[in-house]
Ligand binder design. Structure first.
Ligand SMILES: [Zn+2]
Ligand SMILES: [Zn+2]
Length: 182
């Protein structure tokens, strides 16, 4: 074995090493590009941004990847969708709270009148007693008409046209004590 054969052997070993390293770097580069493509597609619908990220990472594999990691959208599309759903549910919960139309304070679902300003917010069904919205004309629970709103102030006031007779002063005869003249 002379010097030439030894150098040839070293040369072929080096060639193999370079080839293996080159293949490894190539595979790594391709893996970074594929990962970036998948990641940007999960985070953005913008095709232009996706291609830009891809080109950046393909031309400058390590620096480009670092830049991409710094600049990419924080949320994936699935995360953004979940957050939107949560916000919607939260909003619906707020909307479901009943509010007095007069004073805007929260009223319980079982209240017929606002506890703060005494405005009627619901009416009881005259047939079955279930609480109904003021605008309903039919009770959905028993099927009877429910278009007569029971307003408390009207119950307390005497019907119009009827005036109570004045109470008799002491020592004076009241109207009912007078003899009836035929
Ligand atoms: Zn009120
Ligand atoms: Zn009813």
């Amino acid at each position: 074995m002379d010097l030439g054969q030894i150098s040839n052997a070293i040369g072929s070993v080096l060639e193999v090493l370079v080839a293996v390293c080159g293949a490894f770097v190539l595979a790594f580069w391709l893996a970074i590009i594929i990962w970036t493509w998948r990641d940007i597609r999960a985070r953005s619908r913008d095709v232009f941004a996706a291609v830009l990220a891809l080109v950046l990472v393909a031309i400058f594999p390590l620096v480009g990847l670092m830049l991409y990691l710094l600049l990419r959208p924080k949320e994936t599309l699935a995360e953004a969708y979940d957050r939107a759903l949560e916000e919607e549910a939260l909003l619906r919960g707020i909307e479901e709270q009943l509010v007095c139309p007069n004073c805007n304070r929260v009223v319980e679902k079982a209240w017929q009148f606002c506890a703060y300003c005494h405005t009627q917010v619901k009416k009881g069904c005259p047939s079955c007693g279930q609480l109904l919205e003021l605008g309903w004309t039919l009770c959905p629970y028993c099927g009877n008409p429910a278009n007569v709103p029971k307003v408390r102030s009207q119950q307390e006031l005497p019907p119009p046209g009827v005036v109570n007779p004045p109470a008799p002063r002491p020592g004076e005869l009241s109207v009912t004590d007078l003899p009836v003249v035929e």
